[in-house]
Design a protein around this ligand. Structure first.
Ligand SMILES: Nc1nc2c(ncn2[C@@H]2O[C@H](COP(=O)(O)OP(=O)(O)OP(=O)(O)O)[C@@H](O)[C@H]2O)c(=O)[nH]1
Ligand SMILES: [Mg+2]
Length: 361
């Protein structure tokens, strides 16, 4: 099961108490103070590990505590420091203060280890308090208490590509064909209830990730359908792929425009991402009818024969386009069932992801 939000109470350890002790030995009657310091309490760290991909490890756990420091002992022996705890989370996890709603940590980089709650300091033993006026102090510091915080961990998928579309347009089918993800696919709307993440392998050295999310309908930003809460999962994707179903009872232009409107009402950040369009299920009617639908759709967007549009080198007889500037970067007719343009789609998406990245050597 995909867990994208868990609540936890986290506590760093309490510092150990300083010790009150006096040097004692045969024939030494009034030895000086020798109470050792208490150990510091254990810390709470967050560690980012890309091999984790959910927060499910924290389900059913509600309080995670680091160990307390041990008390100091006589003969100036220090108490042992409490053991720290590393909370291992996948990249993309945010740590949110339950009380204030503030984002306390935004954990994106694999391998990062961030101190979150410092353990309480150990108390000083009584020998520190020896002075000219008090040779035998009977006072030692108590350990400082640890810190407790209630947090919510939220995982926002960081995928390169986010799939956006009406329900039943073939988002899950596409991700199952191009990636290693095996989501549920069915002929009814809102089959996908939780996001799926898949890895698309281009070749031995190149891959990218795709997030399949639940379908969006008009009014989703107002809570219709499954709402738009899950759009947070694609908020940080590099590129969006908008899927328009050519045989859906909803008109293609209507699908396209309402999806963009819903994205815009959700966040400007999402709306201003670069995007491309895949026209899905192009196997389901005749070639002629498919071409007419595509021409009409392009015409409705004012894209027909437009400047900035050129043929995209597809491996089929279907037309497909590449645009520049605001608007779709390309529009590609596909079929996840017949395999039409599936490889060109992968390459075009890879190019789009890499578009404004510099070369890495
Ligand atoms: N003919 C044809 N049918 C397809 C194609 N892709 C998907 N379908 C069918 O369309 C239906 C919906 O597919 P899904 O992949 O579950 O659609 P979805 O967009 O993930 O739907 P939700 O999760 O409900 O938003 C299923 O019955 C699929 O078999 C395609 O390329 N051609
Ligand atoms: Mg689905």
């Amino acid at each position: 099961m995909f867990v994208d939000s868990v609540e936890l109470i986290l506590s760093s350890g309490k510092g150990g108490a300083g010790s009150v002790s006096f040097w004692r030995e045969k024939f030494v009657t009034k030895g000086g103070p020798d109470g050792g310091d208490g150990g510091d309490g254990g810390d709470i760290y967050f560690k980012v590990d890309k091999n984790r991909d959910t927060l499910s490890a924290f389900r059913g756990r509600n309080h995670i505590k680091a160990e307390n420091g041990r008390a100091g002992e006589g003969r100036k022996r220090y108490g042992r420091k409490g053991r720290s705890v590393d909370i291992i989370v996948p990249p993309g996890t945010q740590v949110i203060d339950v009380d204030s709603g503030d984002i306390l940590l935004d954990l994106t980089d694999d391998g990062d280890r961030v101190l979150f709650l410092k353990g309480g300091r150990g108390g000083l033993g009584n020998w520190h308090f020896k002075s000219s006026t008090n040779q035998r102090p009977t006072y030692a510091q108590p350990g400082e208490s640890g810190v407790t915080k209630s947090v919510r961990l939220e995982l926002k998928l960081i995928a390169d590509i986010g799939l956006v579309g009406y329900p039943s347009v073939g988002k899950s089918t596409l991700i199952s064909v191009i990636s290693n993800a095996r989501p549920k696919i069915a002929g009814y709307e809102f089959t996908t209830l939780i996001p799926n993440l898949g890895v698309v392998d281009i070749d031995e050295f190149n891959s990218f990730t795709v997030a399949d999310i639940p379908g969006i309908i008009e009014g989703a930003s107002l809570g219709r359908g499954l709402g738009v809460e899950f759009l947070k999962h694609i908020e940080r994707t590099d590129t969006l792929l908008i899927l328009i179903d050519i045989i859906n009872y909803r008109d293609m232009e209507y699908q396209y425009r309402t999806l963009l409107e819903e994205l815009e009402s959700y966040s400007n950040k999402l709306y201003s991402k670069k995007f491309a369009v895949a026209l899905t299920k192009c196997d389901s009617t005749t070639l002629e009818e498919t071409n007419i639908k595509i021409e009409q759709f392009l015409g409705s967007l004012g894209l027909k024969g437009n400047r900035g549009l050129e043929r995209y080198g597809a491996d089929s007889s279907y037309i497909s386009y590449r645009g520049v500037g605001r608007g779709p970067n390309f529009i590609l007719p596909i079929s996840a069932v017949s395999g039409l343009n599936i490889n060109p789609l992968k390459y075009a998406l890879r190019d789009l992801i890499n578009m404004d990245k510099s070369d890495e050597v």
